[in-house]
Design a binder for this molecule. Sequence first.
Ligand SMILES: NC(=O)c1ccc[n+]([C@@H]2O[C@H](COP(=O)([O-])OP(=O)(O)OC[C@H]3O[C@@H](n4cnc5c(N)ncnc54)[C@H](OP(=O)(O)O)[C@@H]3O)[C@@H](O)[C@H]2O)c1
Length: 386
Amino acid sequence: MNIFLTGATGLVGGELLVTLSQRKEVDKIYCLLRSQTEEQALARLEQVFNLHEDDFDRDKIIPVLGNLFDEELTASLKSNKQLEDVDVIVHSAANTSFSRVNDDLVEKANIGGLTKILLWAKDLPHLQTFLYIGTATICGKDVKDRVVHEDESPNLDATHLVKYTYTKMKGELLIREHLPEEKILIARPSIIMGDSRPVVPRSPVILWAMATINHLRLIPVNEYAQLDIIPVDYAANAIVELLFADRHYHVYHISAGEEGATTANKLSKTLSAYFDEMPPFNFINKSLLNQVKHWAKNRLQPDSELYSYREYLDYWKETFQDKSKLRVLFSGLDPYLEFMELGHVFDNSRLLEDVNIGNSVPADIYINNSMQFVEKLDILEGAIDP
Ligand SMILES: NC(=O)c1ccc[n+]([C@@H]2O[C@H](COP(=O)([O-])OP(=O)(O)OC[C@H]3O[C@@H](n4cnc5c(N)ncnc54)[C@H](OP(=O)(O)O)[C@@H]3O)[C@@H](O)[C@H]2O)c1
């Protein structure tokens, strides 16, 4: 089987690349990379394998230079003769930014880029499967505090917290416009954070949010809202197993489900046990986030409720000195708090029915393996580019 993979240098794509390369059914993996030269591309791929000392086989892993933004991307893929033997496309590349300043780039990568790949894919002579890495959060923000099922999305009436989830929802619709249903496989992961193994996680992205929450200790979010979080190794294994399984569906949640979900409260207990010299966690109403932002701008009214947490305000002053740092942290954290408040649990019974993988270990347990890494994370650096 020959695979064409996008996003191989990312959190999920990197893990997919390594996992796929270990399968005996896989002959070649062509990886789309936005590098300037083939040498650079090979070095980036080698880095993906070096992270956990996996074996990098240059005969098996082949870089294909290209950018989802290239106007000529479809034409260059079509004219690349070695790609005519591709049987499976795994599209994991995306712009995953939650920040409004990136909305245009998000749309250009996740809708424009996907369209270019599809225009090439639909004429591929041997294409069996187009595996799209979607996201479970396309259900939108109107769904709250309940279990969400695959067939509730894509829903054009859903309202979205960020452009990213909207573009991922549109992406699923686009695939259906270009390819017949039997060639489509959509894997919708929930929130992917860290790794369940005692290894350096492939990317600090969502761990950054946890590390920031750990530093702040006074958090405006519902601590009992369910959080559907899985580690990247579980996500990649589940997706790869699904690719080779006898499937009964075209869309699957890759998620913790009811059994494996966690809460901010449970995560805070794991963090407290490791970082035992910090103030206790205190979760306050989400509506107080605005007061936090006002306080950080020295504009908080004297009779505000936030002053009843004065010991935390003193702790913040002492820890961060400069209030602008706190403003940066909270503006990066803001969309994460919004998602945390939604209480989504993504039903995983389809996955468990078709793949013998079992439930993911809950995040408050597996995350113990990443504590040293969390300790070292530079949260201010991460806030600037979360
Ligand atoms: N992480 C999660 O929690 C999560 C949850 C649910 C679903 N997902 C989905 O999983 C997929 C992968 O996400 P991720 O977390 O791995 O993201 P990521 O770490 O940000 O990686 C994104 C990948 O896409 C590539 N890419 C971005 N823009 C590109 C462009 N213009 N041209 C070519 N390649 C481009 C990046 O290449 P460079 O290295 O060159 O930047 C990188 O390899 C996405 O489709 C996302 O929607 C992720």
